[in-house]
Ligand binder design. Sequence first.
Ligand code: GTP
Ligand code: ZN
Length: 290
Amino acid sequence: MKGIILKGIGGFYYVRTEDGVIECKARGKFRYDSMKPMVGDEVDIDLDKNNKGFIVKIHERSSQLIRPTVANVTQAYVVFAIKHPDINFDLLNRFLVLCEYNNIKAKVCLNKVDLCTEEEKKEIKDKINDIGYDVFFINAKKKEGLDDLNSGLKDNITVLCGPSGVGKSTLINDFIGSIHMETGNVSEKIGRGKHTTRHSEIIEINEGYLVDTPGFSTLDMNFINKDELKNAFPEFDDYIGMCKFRGCNHYKEPGCAVKEAVEDGKINKSRYEFYIKTFNEIQDGGNKKW
Ligand SMILES: Nc1nc2c(ncn2[C@@H]2O[C@H](COP(=O)(O)OP(=O)(O)OP(=O)(O)O)[C@@H](O)[C@H]2O)c(=O)[nH]1
Ligand SMILES: [Zn+2]
């Protein structure tokens, strides 16, 4: 039987299958393996003669986050506030690069729309669309503008990320609150303390899954090397193979198609500058902690 791990506590894994959620243990081989089951894993399970579940196979992962520890996240809602705190574009770019690096599709959610004017909205939207990402304006406090984000959960494992104070917890509660109201199971999710350590979990919602804690906290600094960095800018993809030198870093090399595209205004200049700044932060040859 196939399923997906919703949560893991104390050696037990709760696996969503066609026949409901089944409590499973991992077969011995996984305990000694570096590849332990993770929340989000697609697994095969067997039932023994006492109807106890065992994980017998873990399918290949498309992505693997460390904090929270969740496999196969497909999508990130990258949450920033329009104001309070103001958008820090450097930080936004970091989140976007981390998403690309982790093979996760990013959608930019701009919260606290109640605090800005239409002109301000347009200006920010143009800027973010220009670097190639969709923008969703929301008011998490009043649960406004959430329809597209709610329907976007379908068929995805979604994590919310973004800096402190932008409304991530409010938004997670908006999503989870609606589902728990539907199922009448409100109590479990109320009063989730900020400082209590808890296991992460993916919550079934709108035919998809939502990671119930924010990911990529600003403290999460991933390892990334220069080639991985280059590949984390989707706007460079159109120019792959067009630079004069193979393995061009789009930096000081002559005949660089990416640099030409920047000069022609086809690639956003501030994103390119962010690329160069980050490139310089990464030491030659090896991985450097951001
Ligand atoms: N004006 C306004 N305030 C909001 C909105 N959404 C959330 N807030 C407020 O913003 C503050 C921060 O919200 P949180 O949900 O705690 O933010 P967070 O991103 O989870 O913050 P951390 O836990 O520090 O990472 C709270 O006081 C919220 O009430 C909104 O749409 N408009
Ligand atoms: Zn180049």
